[in-house]
Design a protein around this ligand. Structure first.
Ligand SMILES: CC(C)[C@H](C(=O)O)[C@@H](O)C(=O)O
Ligand code: SF4
Length: 415
């Protein structure tokens, strides 16, 4: 029987041929956690009396939510995790100066065909390279860390085809929001989305990462880009080796199919307070904006900063603007390319590698009555701070254009 990517990966990982609906035990290739959930993962391991890991090389830990620690409790949590790392001699530990877990997984560890579990919902991000990547609760991750195994119900595979080339200011976010607007946030429950890109180079890894990242906002069990030349090039360029790839078989069966013509997309936003309250930028243009956030594991990559820098070059922002590349490596690259200088000269506050304001933690929490335009993943009530603030999710072009004008702005004005 021809197999989908989902079936192929889960068949390999479980050691038997699987079909949608099967509940199987699978071997994990990577189990990961960050500071905020790591605390609970370790607590579960301690309570179970099993403070051990199945394979040191396959555990990845990063400090991002509480990086650098905004309060004493956060500092304590990080100290405790550092102790765990030292005692168990975990090599793949990334302290506060490296980046957001999902970006680190993408840059350094995720490979096509891998099964990745991490104690964070946006683990789906690694689907950008064709990994079956799922966020799990702390107890399930603790079990995977100890045993190297987890269980899954094999999801129903859904096929999405991306055709054509995106226009100048269109980015992965517009594709994610298009899917969310057309299907609504709970549609893909129990499904895995497999995305085929007709012209691989037209939809680069940064864009793919944004869409995979928001797979969890679509409630999908996984969102994977079918590995192609772009996947191989990305891994080769970043890590110096050519990965093994895995692709669905010809004739594999999907529950449904849907095609997006990238050339026809326009800049989209998700208006408060849900990710599927999707509108075109023109429908909300002109609304006053207090703060703009360009960053997060959703849209804090080089192409996001490139787009923002193009719009902000030689100008000055009218609203507050906080910009955070998702990792130290991305920050350095953005610095070399002059994007950081451009953003700083435009009046943005720039740092790197923290979740910061994305979940209202620190580094620019939204105040009562404020309107935020954010390139991050969620706009639920109170997500970025006050319950009385409003968050509009958008790609970097809408975010930068809005910062510049101090109100929601169509970036196509800057063409
Ligand atoms: C704190 C963490 C558990 C959470 C998640 O799982 O996604 C956070 O990263 C988020 O984006 O809301
Ligand atoms: S950047 Fe935001 S979405 Fe990503 S892991 Fe951090 S809090 Fe979650």
């Amino acid at each position: 029987m021809p197999q989908t990517l989902t079936e192929k990966i889960l068949s390999r990982a479980s050691g038997k041929s699987v079909a949608p609906g099967d509940v199987v035990e699978v071997k994990v290739d990577i189990a990961a956690f960050h500071d905020l959930t790591g605390y609970h993962v370790i607590e579960v391991m301690e309570k179970a009396g099993m403070l051990k890991v199945f394979d040191k090389q396959k555990i990845v830990i990063a400090f991002d939510h509480l990086a650098p620690p905004p309060d004493v409790r956060s500092a304590e949590i990080q100290t405790q995790i550092r102790k765990f790392v030292k005692e168990l001699k975990i090599p793949n530990f990334h302290d506060i100066n490296v980046g957001i877990l999902h970006q680190i997984l993408l840059e350094k560890y995720a490979n096509p065909g891998y099964v990745i579990v991490a104690a964070d919902s946006h683990t789906t991000t690694s689907g950008a390279v064709g990994a079956f990547a799922q966020g799990l609760g702390a107890s399930d991750v603790a079990a995977a860390v100890i045993t190297g195994k987890t269980w899954v119900m094999v999801p129903q595979p859904f096929k999405i085809m991306l055709e054509g080339k995106p226009g100048k200011w269109i980015n992965g976010k517009d594709v994610a929001l298009k899917i969310l607007g057309d299907f609504k946030a709970d549609y893909f429950n129990g499904m895995s989305i497999e995305i085929f890109v007709r012209e691989p180079s037209a939809f680069p890894m940064d864009f793919r990462a944004t869409v995979s990242n928001m797979g969890i906002e679509m409630n999908a069990d996984a969102l994977m880009f079918v590995p192609d030349d772009e996947t191989v090039n990305y891994i080769k360029t970043n890590r110096g080796y050519e990965p093994n790839t895995v692709r669905p078989d010809e004739g594999a069966k999907y529950v449904d199919e849907y095609t997006i013509d990238l050339g026809k997309l326009e800049p989209l936003v998700a208006a408060p307070h849900s990710v599927d309250n999707v509108k075109t930028v023109n429908e909300v243009e002109g609304l006053d904006v207090d703060q703009v956030f360009i960053g997060s594991c959703t849209n804090g990559r080089i192409s996001d900063f490139e787009i923002a820098a193009k719009i902000l070059k030689g100008k000055r922002v009218k609203s507050r603007c906080i910009a955070i590349p998702a990792s130290y490596d991305l920050f350095k690259k953005a610095m070399e390319l002059g994007y950081i200088e451009t953003l700083v000269n435009a009046g943005c506050i720039v740092t790197y590698g923290t979740c910061g304001p994305c979940l209202g933690g620190h580094f620019g929490v939204a105040g009562p009555g404020e309107t935020i335009v954010s390139t991050s993943s969620r706009n639920f009530k109170g997500r970025m701070g006050s319950n009385d603030s409003k968050v509009y999710l958008a790609g970097p072009a809408v975010a930068a254009a809005s910062a510049l004008e101090g109100k929601i702005t169509d970036p196509r004005r800057f063409s």
